[in-house]
Design a binder for this molecule. Structure first.
Ligand code: 5AD
Length: 362
């Protein structure tokens, strides 16, 4: 091990130079970083992986993010909306498996038909079982009133990625208008934290013209914001999006994968007791990519339990898996790989981020 690596890994706080150094580690030294991150995970949150059943409620979206396959202007995507029954069936599946938490994700809408429906759906899910699941929402930017209404209905976690914490890069990957403003995104994250949600954010890794310095700033942003949860993963180009024209500027997909694992490991070292999700995008690159991330410090996996016939229409990026993750065979295989990574599955508990409670106790 190099002297610098030993020194950096033994520091109490990492500065920006340290983070850039760690992001640049070669194949051999990155293993040392992952080992350190796994030790920290073991010590602070335990060698447990929590499942959240991911329900992709709808791909109808008002936004036009330049990287995303379900952006409003992509007329090649067939739009869908699950029925309440389909949602409840998926919830039942998760509960039967004792996963105990679900994530509801959808394209971004703010009209009252949509927001009222979410409120009623949260209530239905909460009253559906005597042992209701923890509910995470991933439904984009909303007013304070709506965030509050959903919280009161029973949702207690929210994921809203900052995508990039560097304003200029954020603006390169979003249209330049009020609907896609960087300041609004920040404001929304603040709102969520203020309303007492367990607040999660994240970024895409390997965007065109993104540097290690940008990524280091992203990690520092997460630390400064004091997030409870993070979900981040590689950017994967989608041919029906404007950002696709820059595909020649991208680093190889394998490098985006490795960089994502390093981001996870460094974040684990910086924020020891948060929950870190192993993103679906990692699985797109390697069948067992999500399990590799567990060994680098992640502790949450979100198996997709959306009815399989809708999967092809929720293609945020190229090659997003369209397999069913709700067959017994699949789940057993996933569990085998989780065990091989050194973890066990946290069944029957919500698996809230420890950090939320230590942050509140401060
Ligand atoms: N590659 C990787 N991640 C993507 N997302 C959207 N499009 C892509 C893409 N092309 C991610 C965004 C968003 C989340 C729901 O999916 O980070 O916040």
């Amino acid at each position: 091990m190099t002297n610098r690596l030993t020194e950096v890994l033994s520091k109490k706080d990492l500065n920006k130079d340290d983070i850039i150094f760690l992001l640049g580690l070669n194949l051999q030294n990155q293993e040392i970083l992952f080992k350190k991150a796994y030790e920290i995970k073991d010590k602070y949150v335990g060698r447990k992986t929590y499942f959240r059943g991911l329900i992709e409620l709808s791909n109808i979206c008002n936004k036009d993010c330049l990287y995303c396959g379900i952006r409003h202007s992509n007329k090649d995507t067939k739009r869908y909306n699950l029925t309440d029954d389909e949602v409840l069936r998926a919830v039942k599946y998760a509960l039967d498996k004792r996963w105990s938490s679900i994530v509801i994700q959808a394209g971004e809408l703010t009209n009252s038909t949509f927001t009222n429906r979410i409120t009623s759906l949260i209530k239905k899910i909460k009253s559906f079982s005597s042992n209701p699941p923890g509910i995470t929402l991933s439904l984009g930017e909303q007013s304070e009133e709506i965030f509050q209404e959903w919280f009161d209905a029973g949702a207690h976690r929210y994921l809203l990625r900052i995508e990039s914490s560097t304003k200029s890069l954020y603006e390169q990957i979003h249209p330049k208008n009020e609907l896609h403003s960087f300041e609004n995104r920040l404001e929304n994250l603040n709102r969520l934290q203020k309303l007492d949600y367990q607040t999660g954010t994240g970024v895409m890794i390997g965007l065109p013209s993104q540097t290690l310095e940008h990524l280091a700033d992203d990690l520092i942003f997460m630390r400064d914001f004091d997030i409870d949860m993070c979900g981040m993963g590689p950017y994967i180009e989608h041919k029906d999006t404007p950002l696709y024209q820059y595909k020649n500027l991208l680093i190889p997909i394998e490098d985006r994968f490795r960089l994502s694992l390093k981001m996870i490991a460094i974040l684990r070292i910086m924020m020891k007791d948060i929950n870190i999700a192993s993103s679906t995008a990692l699985q797109t690159i390697h069948t067992h990519g999500r399990e590799l991330a567990l060994m680098a410090g992640a502790n949450v996996i979100m198996p997709n339990i959306t009815p399989v016939k809708y999967h092809e229409n929720y293609a945020l990026y190229k090659g997003k898996p369209t397999i069913s993750e709700e067959t017994d065979e699949y789940v057993q295989d996933l569990e085998r790989h989780i065990h091989a990574a050194g973890d066990t599955v946290g069944y029957g508990v919500w698996g809230d981020p420890v950090h939320y409670f230590t942050r509140k106790a401060k």
